[in-house]
Ligand binder design. Structure first.
Ligand SMILES: Nc1ncnc2c1ncn2[C@@H]1O[C@H](COP(=O)(O)OP(=O)(O)OP(=O)(O)O)[C@@H](O)[C@H]1O
Ligand SMILES: [Mg+2]
Length: 264
């Protein structure tokens, strides 16, 4: 059997096993253009409960646009997006906001507020989603727990400028975790980090998934990150889900557009 056929066969097996799993995100035929810049041209993917899916695509291919569509930060021109059983385009502001509290979004870069301490950065989502958490008289325990989860309990009263790049990424992850999300969207979690720190962040992401049973979409350029963390990978090329499979399947592909991702 040639490699293309074996990918096709494995995909059929994947489809069979996926039928029995619950999709927490469904994206169907999503299109998004900015003027003449046609970024997404019918993108499809599902994310199943408890899995890590890596999405790779070259710079400017629309990865960030795609995950922003999942939380209503960007609205697609057409297509269907469902998150935890709710179709995003039908939600009023309040329902969308409630849904967002179940979705952790680790933005590209760390996006910490530089004028706030680490503690205040972590309290921010708590205040924003007070309804979910009930009346919180003391947030210290939650803040400390979230920071300890990423090994940074001692940084509570520091300013972001006093942290290294890797520490900032961890604090951003703690801020994402503090609302105990069911889904985490990671946009380039290891970019700009040295390989050792990147590895530590990947380990942290894995331990979070184990501890909380979260489902994640991980956007990355980092082939090593994809190999370690993904159960399934999707390659975004020309605005569509061009190829899909495990790391082993895709890295063995002879399609030049797929091979290009794995060349070092
Ligand atoms: N708000 C916006 N207005 C206009 N164009 C936008 C907007 N957001 C994104 N784009 C364009 O959409 C395209 C895809 O952007 P996106 O940020 O999704 O790329 P990406 O795949 O995440 O790239 P990178 O790997 O560099 O982060 C780019 O051409 C970008 O200029
Ligand atoms: Mg991006």
């Amino acid at each position: 059997m040639d490699k293309t056929n074996s990918i096709a066969t494995n995909n059929i097996q994947n489809v069979e096993s996926e039928r029995n799993r619950k999709a927490v995100i469904r994206i169907k035929n999503v299109c998004k253009s900015f003027g003449n810049n046609h970024v997404l041209n019918g993108f499809n993917m599902d994310l199943y409960e408890g899995e890590n899916v890596v999405v790779m695509g070259k710079s400017g291919s629309g990865k960030s646009v795609m995950i922003k569509c999942l939380v209503g930060l960007v609205w697609p021109d057409s297509g269907y997006i469902e998150v935890m059983g709710k179709e995003i385009s039908t939600l009023d502001r309040q329902t969308l906001d409630e849904l967002r509290s179940d979705i952790g979004f680790l933005f590209q870069g760390s996006a910490l507020y530089d004028s706030m301490t680490v503690r205040e950065n972590l309290e921010f989502p708590l205040r924003r989603h007070q309804k979910k958490l009930g009346n919180l008289s003391d947030t210290s325990t939650l803040v400390l727990e979230a920071l300890e989860n990423v090994g940074l309990g001692h940084t509570m009263d520091l300013m972001p400028t006093e942290l290294s790049g890797g520490m900032k990424r961890r604090v951003a992850l703690a801020r994402t975790l503090i609302l105990k999300p069911k889904i985490i969207l990671y946009d380039e979690p290891t970019s700009g980090l040295d390989p050792i720190t990147a590895k530590e962040i990947i380990e942290l992401m894995r331990s979070i998934q184990k501890k909380y049973g979260t489902s994640s979409i991980i956007i990355t350029h980092d082939v090593d990150c994809a190999r370690v963390i993904s159960e399934r990978m999707i390659l975004l090329v020309d605005g569509i889900n061009y190829a899909e499979g495990s790391y082993a399947q895709l890295s063995a592909s002879i399609d030049p557009k797929v091979e290009a991702f794995f060349k070092k």
